[in-house]
Design a protein around this ligand. Structure first.
Ligand code: FUL
Length: 508
């Protein structure tokens, strides 16, 4: 009956929001099994991502730009009492240069801070006088970061979004209901107007404490769970920016739980709403009831989030390691690049990031699986317009996938080459639109297709998720090395929540 009343996707998603309950889960899969299924598609394993979360996940590696009042005071957290004239860029801030560097580094987008905890806004806003229009020089008064950042991103074909601090140490209203209605929600709405195709809005977890607060100099605390009116915030922004994931406060992606550039080797994109991110952010929760994928925020430089005198970038090798330990572990990586007082990224940062991009291209750019023969023991029965053959994993198409029949939770994927290949990394991607499934696998290589040696056996080969990259020598810090000469490689899937669905296997 129900199937005539609700479209399948809507039904799946609205029901996936129900509280944990065996009854709901059972009745859901019964309903799904009774739906017509000419393509013999596997039923989802709940929870599944919202389409906006899927698009967000594909951004993979993107930049963070901390620029603002702190760039000129040398602080990391301004108190909110900074004189506006201090914001005086020595040349016009240049978001296009920031994003060009991000693109050269292999990133697919960027997020610019437009208001940090000090409350100074980097765009002309009606919500407060504490903004660029009252700043120290003409470059400052003409600054409009969201306008210029969005324009540059569009020109360069990158995704973009903004960081708006919910905490505001300048506002006299902070801590009252009026702050949320008259300042914070309006600021978010103003920023949404700078581009309906934003991919993420970033809301920091530092909320409340001491500050200037319009001259009061006191300490204000808020109830994080209710103060920011999150449901209203989310709905309002999604009306204007339908693909914009609300990070942190907004509850559509989770903090990975450290700012050191690594995610757990075991990393589920599933979580519970009442999770404590610092405890579980790195790993997620296998039986979590919500799709809440991890994002790792990390610094590409050695001082702070904001630019400081004497700062130096991390080496390209260190940044490549971070990439492997985040993007390669089912997390996104948002890597911070701080613009200096001239509003540009310093040369040393530029050089390190360009070189990081080169490493990513050299090491993970040429897929050897494309010229391998790929086979599995099991293949799901094809439907009218869809098949699930092993070659779906190497066809470079994100919407095709290999699958087994229902109930078949293990299998072996074998790749063989006519001539020996030097291999160093294996990349796997699950078709997560139907849920994250795999929970145990391992990798072996063979010089002749007869004798097999297990590789990376020090690595927890548990979850895959959106993307997993395994260095075959098991060492993310020195992953490149000499590689292994092989004629065959196999991925042994030992266990999966339901039939495994893999959209990509790549070997580098
Ligand atoms: C933290 C903030 O308090 C830092 O200043 C910075 O913005 C970082 C990305 O998030 O929690």
């Amino acid at each position: 009956m129900l199937k005539h009343l609700l479209p399948r996707i809507g039904l799946t998603m609205s029901l996936s929001l129900l509280p944990v309950c065996f009854f709901a889960q059972t009745s859901l899969s019964l309903i799904e099994q009774s739906l017509p299924n000419p393509d013999n598609e596997p039923v989802p394993v709940h929870p599944v991502p919202h389409p906006r979360q899927l698009k967000w996940q594909e951004t993979e590696f993107y930049a963070f730009f901390h620029y603002g009042m702190n760039t000129y005071t040398g602080r990391e957290w301004g108190n909110g009492d900074e004189d506006r004239s201090i914001f005086a860029p020595t040349s016009a801030p240049n978001p296009k240069q920031w994003l060009e560097v991000a693109k050269a580094a292999g990133m697919r987008g960027g997020i610019a801070v437009v208001k940090h905890h000090d409350g100074f806004c980097l765009w002309p806003t009606e919500t407060t006088d504490h903004n660029v229009t009252n700043s120290g020089n003409d470059h400052g008064r003409q600054t409009n970061i969201p306008r210029d950042f969005a324009a540059a991103a569009k020109e360069l074909g990158l995704k973009y979004g903004f960081y708006i601090s919910p905490w505001d140490r300048n506002s006299a209203l902070y801590g009252t209901d009026r702050y949320v209605k008259e300042v914070f929600l309006r600021q978010c709405a103003e920023i949404a107007e700078y581009g309906t195709d934003q991919f993420e809005m970033w809301f920091d977890g530092a909320n409340g404490g001491n500050g200037y607060y319009g001259g009061a100099y006191d300490t204000r605390s808020i109830d994080r769970a209710t103060y920011y009116d999150v449901p209203n915030l989310r709905d309002t922004i999604h009306l204007v920016c339908p693909d914009c994931v609300m990070w942190g406060v907004g509850g559509e992606a989770r903090w990975i739980g450290n700012e050191a550039g690594w995610a757990g080797q075991t990393n589920w994109s599933t979580e519970n709403r009442d999770y404590a991110p610092e405890r579980n952010g790195m790993y997620g929760t296998e039986d979590g009831w919500f799709w809440l994928p991890g994002e790792s925020d990390a610094k590409a430089t050695n001082r702070g989030w904001f630019w400081h005198d004497g700062e130096a970038p991390h080496s390209p090798e260190r940044l490549f390691q971070m990439y492997l330990e985040t993007v390669g572990r089912n997390s996104t990586l948002i890597l911070n690049l701080p613009p200096n007082q001239a509003g540009v990224l310093p040369e040393a940062t530029v050089n390190s990031l360009v070189e990081t991009g080169n490493l990513i291209k050299q090491r993970l750019g040429k897929d050897l699986a494309a010229k391998a023969r790929v086979s599995t023991n099991y293949v799901r029965k094809a439907g009218k317009k869809r098949h699930y053959k092993a070659t779906n994993m190497t066809d470079n198409k994100k919407d095709t996938y290999w699958a087994t029949n229902d109930g078949q939770l293990s299998d072996v994927i074998t790749l063989t080459w006519k001539k020996p290949q030097t291999v160093r990394y294996v990349e796997l991607m699950e078709y997560i639109a139907k849920g994250q499934r795999i929970r145990k696998f391992y990798i072996e290589t063979s010089p002749d297709g007869v004798t097999w040696t297990r590789r990376a056996d020090n690595v927890e080969t548990t979850t895959v998720g959106y993307k997993r990259i395994i260095p075959l020598n098991g060492n993310t810090q020195a992953s490149y090395g000499d590689g292994f000469e092989v004629k065959a490689l196999r991925i042994v899937i030992e266990d999966s929540k339901a039939c495994p669905l893999i959209s990509r296997v790549a070997v580098y």
